[in-house]
Each structure stands twice: as structure tokens, then as C-alpha cells.
Design a protein. Structure first.
Length: 406
């Protein structure tokens, strides 16, 4: 549990004290805060019927009422800020909450049904059916005082969001647990969550900060990787995308067709794609992963040694295996449109105290590599037998490697 995670994820630079004062208005309190659904309001004493359902999961009506309330809260906040004529950063207005997937599974290989999702809605285009590629955040609702089931559900949702949005840096989620709210942040190190805050006037500024940030702040603060460019509505993964590595651009023709993707929620989370430079047919390999910052030697150093060895072999006219990968570009990803900083898991774990992060904590840093020699083309095999022998050699070497490490 971490009480400071809200401050570190939703920074003062995107939610200032001035913004907070604008949201602390009679209009928001009267129209929205005081109109919250009764089953989460601390001022509404539990009726006998409510007591009976305290251990039950939220009904579909609860999910609908929560999303309606969140969308009303969003529209009132937006109107309040627009009417203030203040010099606030440009507000996004491209997302909305929906509970339609609480009863019908999200399209995909799983039957998950989140209670509520915050998804991208492109201005001027028909509202598309929410799927895993355009979800920004989740919300789970329960009348139970227990949070175990909700945490399991949110973890599954986050894992599938990462699987369908491989360039996401973290996934935020909101849990509404019997008159309380909790913010969760899932990233490549694990999960952080706040304490349970009751829906009381004292906690209204915290809740408004969460909702304002989820709805209006620049998307890079919600973990959308702006070093990637999408051709259609700006965010979804339907077609070719352009990825920047060390100021150079590379095209992934179909982000869904990757060479390799780790489906783990926590860890290196390596993904690989065949890419090419714009206007070129020359194939390269993009490797995107979250590396242990303290691990030595670094991967790019190993590839650098390989490249140097190959260069020396060629200078001495020695044979060089054609499929040995060599590094072309290496880049540590930067994030934040306003404050450039390295993309890692340390930022949301830094304590606002005199103590540093424990030394044994693994800090993962977002690394992107471009490699040459992505493989041996199948068309270069003269006979089928030669191809089968190559596959046999791969299987044998893999077995030998596994026998050593295990």
C-alpha cells in the first residue's frame, strides 16, 4: 500500500493547486458529488436490503449508475474549467466511461467482462465497440467489504491490456469497494495501490484529482508511448505504426504480427517485430523490453561486442555466420511531454521521505534496440532437407541450453 502514488502518477504539473481550487466549486459539489450513487455514499446508512447484499458482487444496475455518475462528473468538470477562462493546458475530451462490457465480454481470446472501462472515443467518428486496444483504464465495483476478487479481476484486465497494447508503460485502475475507492497502478515491476479512501468530503479532492487526470491530462501521463505514431485515430493498433528509436523512425506493418511477445505482466516483457525504415524493404528487428537497471553487462554492450568481432573477422577475411544479430540502434525511452525523463518503474516508487528505494528493489528501464540480421531467409535454402536439418539444429541447441540452465 502506498499513499503517495496519486501524487507521483498524477503530477502537480498536470494537476496544480489552481486546478484543484477550480474543482472545489459549489457546482461540482451540488450537482455531482452530492448526487453520487447511494450505495457508495457514506451518508446513506445501509438499509436492511442493502445489508443483505453487502457480500454480493455489484449488480449490473450498480455498474451502470457508476459509469453514468463518472461521465456526469467528467462533463461538469470540463464545463467548469472551460468557463473559468483560465490558462490551463489543453484538455483532452476523447474518452468516456462505459459499462456495456460488464455483461458482454470484450472481443478477444478471453471472456473477461470488466465492470466499467475508460476507452478512447475519436472525435468526429462513430463510437467504436470498445476492445483491448483502446482501453485507457478499468473500474471494478463491489458492495462487498473484501477486495480479493477485485484485485484478481484487475490483474487479469491489466495483463490483457498490456498484451494488446505492448507499448503501454502502466495501466491505471479504479476500484470502488463498499463506499471506498482505491487507485491501482500496474506496471512492469508489479502493482501499487493506495489505501482505501471513503467517499467523504475530506477525500473529495483526491477522487477529483484521479478522475480529472484519467479524463483530461496528456496521454503520455496515462502511459501511452508517444514515441510511436498511429495512422488512424491516433491510439489504436489496427494498422501499421511508426516507432522512433534514437531519433530514427521504423515502420511495423502489423503490430499484431510479432516475432515474439512475452505475455507476462511483470518482468522484462520483451516484444519483437520485423520492421523497416520508411520507403525501404530492408528488414530489421525491433526489440522492446524492460531491463533490470542494475544488471551488468547491458544487452546493448553484448551486441556491441558481437558487432566488433564480426567487423574484425571480415577485416581478416574470416568466415562470418550470416544470422548473428548485430546492433544498429539503441535507445532508452523518454516519457512526459513536459518533463523529459527516462521511462522506468522507479518514478512511481520514489518515496516522498528521506529514505531511498530499497537496494534490493529491481528497477526496470524501458529499452528499445534495432538489430541487423533478423534471420536466414527460407528462400535461401536450396532443398527441403537443408531446411529440416536447420530446424533440427535449432531444436537440439534449444534443448541443450535448457538442460544447462535447469
Amino acid at each position: 500500500m502506498d499513499a503517495g502514488v496519486i501524487d507521483r502518477v498524477f503530477l502537480d504539473v498536470v494537476y496544480s493547486s489552481y486546478t484543484s481550487s477550480l474543482l472545489d466549486s459549489d457546482e461540482i459539489v451540488r450537482r455531482v458529488w452530492n448526487g453520487m450513487p447511494k450505495f457508495i455514499s457514506p451518508s446513506a446508512g445501509p438499509s436492511m436490503a442493502a445489508e443483505v447484499s453487502l457480500t454480493a458482487e455489484a449488480s449490473l444496475n450498480d455498474e451502470t449508475s457508476i459509469t453514468a455518475w463518472l461521465n456526469l462528473l467528467t462533463s461538469v468538470i470540463f464545463a467548469q474549467l472551460k468557463a473559468s477562462n483560465s490558462k490551463l493546458p489543453k484538455l483532452r475530451s476523447d474518452s468516456e466511461w462505459t459499462s456495456e462490457k460488464a455483461n458482454v465480454p470484450i472481443r478477444g481470446i478471453t471472456e473477461l467482462k470488466p465492470d466499467a472501462i475508460l476507452h478512447i472515443v475519436t472525435t468526429g467518428e462513430p463510437i467504436s465497440d470498445p476492445d483491448w486496444t483502446n482501453i485507457l483504464a478499468f473500474c471494478e465495483v463491489t458492495r462487498s467489504r473484501k477486495r480479493d476478487n477485485i484485485e484478481d479481476h484487475l490483474t487479469c484486465h491489466a495483463q490483457f491490456a498490456f498484451a494488446h497494447q505492448p507499448f503501454r508503460r502502466f495501466v491505471p485502475a479504479l476500484a470502488i469497494i463498499y463506499k471506498h475507492f482505491v487507485l491501482y497502478i500496474f506496471d512492469r515491476f508489479g502493482v501499487l495501490y493506495t489505501e482505501d479512501y471513503p467517499f467523504t468530503p475530506a477525500n473529495k479532492p483526491l477522487f477529483l484529482r484521479i478522475i480529472y487526470s484519467l479524463m483530461f491530462v496528456p496521454l503520455d501521463y496515462l502511459s501511452i508511448d508517444l514515441s510511436t505514431t498511429y495512422p488512424t485515430n491516433g491510439y489504436s493498433f489496427g494498422g501499421p505504426i511508426t516507432v522512433r528509436v534514437d531519433e530514427s523512425e521504423y515502420v511495423i506493418d502489423n503490430v499484431g504480427c510479432n516475432v515474439f511477445q512475452s505475455n507476462c505482466l511483470q518482468g522484462r516483457a520483451t516484444s519483437c517485430w520485423v520492421v523497416h525504415e520508411p520507403g525501404s524493404d530492408h528488414k530489421l528487428l525491433l526489440k522492446d523490453s524492460w531491463c533490470d537497471k542494475n544488471r551488468k553487462p547491458h544487452e546493448q554492450a553484448v551486441y556491441g561486442v558481437l558487432k566488433k568481432a564480426i567487423k574484425e573477422h571480415r577485416a581478416e577475411k574470416k568466415p562470418v555466420p550470416v544470422a548473428i544479430p548485430t546492433i544498429e540502434k539503441a535507445s532508452i525511452i523518454f516519457v512526459d511531454s513536459m518533463h523529459r525523463r527516462f521511462d522506468d518503474t522507479e518514478h512511481v516508487r520514489k518515496l516522498h521521505t528521506m529514505f531511498e528505494i530499497p537496494q534490493e528493489t529491481t528497477i526496470r528501464q524501458h529499452i528499445r534496440l534495432i538489430l541487423q540480421n533478423v534471420g536466414y531467409p527460407l528462400t535461401d535454402f536450396e532443398f527441403r532437407l537443408e531446411l529440416i536439418e536447420a530446424i533440427r539444429d535449432i531444436v537440439s541447441s534449444t534443448r541443450a541450453t535448457l538442460s544447462i540452465v535447469t
